[in-house]
Design a protein around this ligand. Structure first.
Ligand code: NAD
Ligand code: G3P
Length: 343
C-alpha cells in the first residue's frame, strides 16, 4: 500500500491527511514550525486549523522534511500558493525516484503567474511526468466531518490520475479524473476571486438573485481566461469550476467569502489579513488574474472591480454599480473564442 506525505498542515492539508490515515494508509503530515508539529504530535489534533478531529494511529506528524518525504510514494503539497516554490525546493533532495507529486493548493504564484503544477515542474523536474492536481468543492471542515462531496484529480498521465482516484476515494469523497491540469488549477484558483465578491454581495444584503448572477458571470470570466490559457472549456462546468464556485460563494466556511463579508462591513483589507491565521488565496489571485488577463487579452470586469475594492479602497456599492452599467453585450460573447478546443 502507498505511503503518503502531506506537506502543509492547514485546514485542508490536515483534512487530507486524516482522510488517508482513516483509510489505513501510512500517512505523515508535515508542519513547517517545529513547535506546532510537536503540539500536534502530542495533542493528536490540529487545534489551530482543524480543531475537534482526533488523529488516528496511522497519522504521523513531523517538522522534518527529510523524514516526511523520503521513501514516500505520493507527496501531496497543500501549502499557501505563494509558499509552494520554497517548500518544493526544500523537499527536492529527498524526493524518491518515481514518486507522484500532487498539488492540492488553489492559487497562482504572483511573481511568475505560474500555476502550482508549473511551479512544481520547475522545482521538481524529476517528477515532471508524475505531477497531478486535486480540486473541487471541498470546504475542509465538511470533508473532515465526513459530509459527502466530490473532487477531481488531474494528471497528464491518465494512469496516475486513476491511481490517485483510488488512493483518495472514500464512501464520502468521490473522486473523478481528468487530464486537464490547466483547467483544474485555474478553476480552483480563480473561483476564490469570485468568492470574495460573493461575500461582498452577501455582506451588502443584495440577496440570492444577485449572488446567482454574480456566480454565473464569474464563471463566464473564469472560462474566458481559462480557455485562453489552454484549458478545456467544459472543465469549468465541472467540479473544479461551477462546483467549487457554488460551494465557496455560498458558504460562511469559505475564508474568501468571509473576507468579502468583512470588506462589505467596512473593514480594511490589511486589518482583515492581519487578523486571519488562514490563507485567503483570492487576494493574491486577483492580482495574478489581472496580469494573466492582460497577457491573453481577455476581459475580466468583475476581477477588475474587485481589485479596486481590495487594493484601492474603492466603495463596493460603486463597484457593483459600475459593473451593472457597462455596455450591454451578448451572454456568450468572448466566452470560448480562441479556445484550442473549439474551431
Ligand atoms: N481550507 C480549505 O477548505 C481548502 C480546501 C481546498 C483547498 N484549499 C487550499 O489549500 C491551500 C492551503 O490551505 P489550508 O486551508 O490547508 O491552509 P490554512 O489557511 O488553514 O493554513 C495556512 C497553512 O499554511 C502554513 N504555512 C504558512 N507559511 C508557510 C510556509 N512558509 N511553509 C509551509 N507552510 C506554511 C501554515 O502553517 C498553515 O498550516 C490553499 O491554497 C487553499 O486554497 C483549502
Ligand atoms: O476557505 P476557502 O475560501 O479557501 O475555500 C476553500 C475551498 O477551496 C473550497 O473548495
Amino acid at each position: 500500500m502507498a505511503s503518503v506525505a502531506v506537506i502543509g498542515s492547514g485546514a485542508w492539508g490536515t483534512t487530507l491527511a486524516l482522510l488517508l490515515a482513516n483509510k489505513g494508509i501510512d500517512t505523515v503530515l508535515w508542519e513547517h514550525r517545529p513547535e506546532r508539529a510537536a503540539d500536534m504530535a502530542c495533542l493528536r489534533e490540529n487545534r489551530l486549523f482543524l480543531p475537534g478531529f482526533r488523529f488516528p494511529e496511522h497519522l504521523g506528524v513531523t517538522a522534518d522534511l527529510e523524514e516526511a518525504v523520503r521513501h514516500r510514494e505520493v507527496i501531496i503539497l497543500v501549502t499557501p500558493s505563494q509558499r509552494m516554490r520554497e517548500n518544493a525546493r526544500q523537499l527536492a533532495p529527498y524526493l524518491e525516484r518515481g514518486a507522484i507529486v500532487v498539488s492540492a493548493s488553489k492559487g497562482i504564484e504572483l511573481s511568475t503567474l505560474q500555476r502550482m503544477s508549473e511551479v512544481l515542474a520547475e522545482e521538481l523536474p524529476e517528477a515532471r511526468a508524475r505531477l497531478a492536481a486535486l480540486s473541487g468543492p471541498n470546504l475542509a471542515r465538511e470533508v473532515a466531518e465526513g459530509k459527502p462531496t466530490a473532487a477531481v484529480v488531474a494528471a497528464q498521465d491518465e494512469a496516475i490520475a486513476i491511481y490517485l482516484r483510488t488512493l483518495l476515494s472514500t464512501a464520502r469523497y468521490r473522486v473523478y479524473t481528468t487530464q486537464d491540469i490547466t483547467g483544474i488549477e485555474l478553476g480552483g484558483a480563480l473561483k476564490n476571486i469570485i468568492a470574495i465578491g460573493a461575500g461582498i454581495n452577501d455582506g451588502m444584503g443584495y440577496g440570492e438573485n444577485a449572488r446567482a448572477a454574480f456566480i454565473t458571470r464569474g464563471l463566464a470570466e473564469i472560462t474566458r481566461l481559462g480557455t485562453a490559457a489552454g484549458a478545456h472549456p467544459l472543465t469549468f462546468a465541472g467540479l473544479a469550476g461551477l462546483g467549487d464556485l457554488v460551494a465557496t460563494c455560498s458558504s460562511p466556511l469559505s475564508r474568501n467569502h468571509q473576507l468579502g463579508r468583512r470588506l462589505a462591513a467596512g473593514e480594511k483589507l490589511d486589518e482583515i489579513l492581519a487578523s486571519m491565521h488562514s490563507v485567503a488565496e483570492g487576494v493574491y489571485t486577483t492580482r495574478a488574474a489581472l496580469q494573466l488577463a492582460q497577457r491573453y487579452g481577455v476581459e475580466m470586469p468583475i476581477t477588475q472591480q474587485l481589485a479596486l475594492v481590495l487594493f484601492e479602497g474603492y466603495d463596493p456599492y460603486k463597484a457593483v454599480l459600475e459593473l451593472m452599467m457597462r455596455d450591454p453585450k451578448g451572454e456568450m460573447e468572448g466566452l470560448i473564442e480562441g479556445s484550442i478546443y473549439v474551431s
